[in-house]
Design a protein around this ligand. Sequence first.
Ligand code: NAP
Length: 305
Amino acid sequence: MSSDAPSTAAAHTAHCGIVLHPAGHTRSPAMHRAAYAALGLDADYTVYDVPPERLAATLDDLRTRGIVQLAVSIPHKRAMLELVDEVEPVAREIGAINTVTRVGDRLVGANTDWLGALRALERETRLEGRRAVVLGAGGTARAVVYGLVRRGAETHVLNRTPERAERLAQDLGARSAAGLEALAGLRPEILVQTTSVGLEEDRSPVPAEALPEGLVVLDAVYAPERTRLIADAEARGATTIGGKWMLVHQAVEQLRIWTRRLDPPPDEDAFEAVETVMARAFDEAGRDVAHRRHAAHRPREGADR
Ligand SMILES: NC(=O)c1ccc[n+]([C@@H]2O[C@H](COP(=O)([O-])OP(=O)(O)OC[C@H]3O[C@@H](n4cnc5c(N)ncnc54)[C@H](OP(=O)(O)O)[C@@H]3O)[C@@H](O)[C@H]2O)c1
């Protein structure tokens, strides 16, 4: 703990974590711990692998144990809406919570995925008035569409199940909705991929020929870092943004929600560095996963020696 750490955190180790199922190889602990170190915060980060039927009991338990902040991942983002004491209006509108923060005695649910996607996109392009297509109609799509519509982009939603896209478009004010095959006809300037296609597989939800030139593409899938869609888009000269950047920016926003309540809060300039620190931790955690996978497949020569 460094001497210039915020006094609130100095009193005791702040207990943070992530709830998801299955846990798999989540990189969030590495990212958040690296950020705590960079900001001089005395905090720990625990992974809670919790099936849906145990979510409510786990949250009760964590509440009793004084959890300060909990990231919420698949498949709990919707269910959490019913379990917290208060839901921030944006998270209510999106219909998903990815962050629970203790405020006094209350657990407050928020959503930072939409900001993560916007920050990642806005590093590369202007959004207002641009034609954007979002692939997918799940929780992540809802967050992304909310952000794009709020920034004034002309937003279209395409999904394998078009009825879900239609419902999403109606709820959040997108311009149109259809099946994935409508992409070629729309000729978007911005494309955000939020389906689970491409996760740990060499597959894209749309054919390469449907990608127009001059596109800016964000793929929310971050493992592998270079998805099939990103590779296809690059081959057509697109500007591409990996899901890592959405993950990093949404994580930075999570940290802001908690630490702005500290006395004193961390300096805003420090958050610039936190972005870099989290991105580096993401890369290192990825190398670690690859190393462990490689080791798991190697013949166990000498293991009994
Ligand atoms: N980078 C980040 O920070 C970040 C943040 C959040 C999520 N993500 C990633 O975003 C992805 C989606 O997460 P989510 O929470 O939105 O999931 P979700 O709510 O379960 O939605 C899944 C979406 O994928 C579509 N889909 C699934 N299998 C498909 C297939 N074979 N062909 C075409 N479409 C298919 C579904 O279409 P149907 O409606 O037709 O079933 C649905 O639109 C995950 O890979 C997750 O890791 C990344």
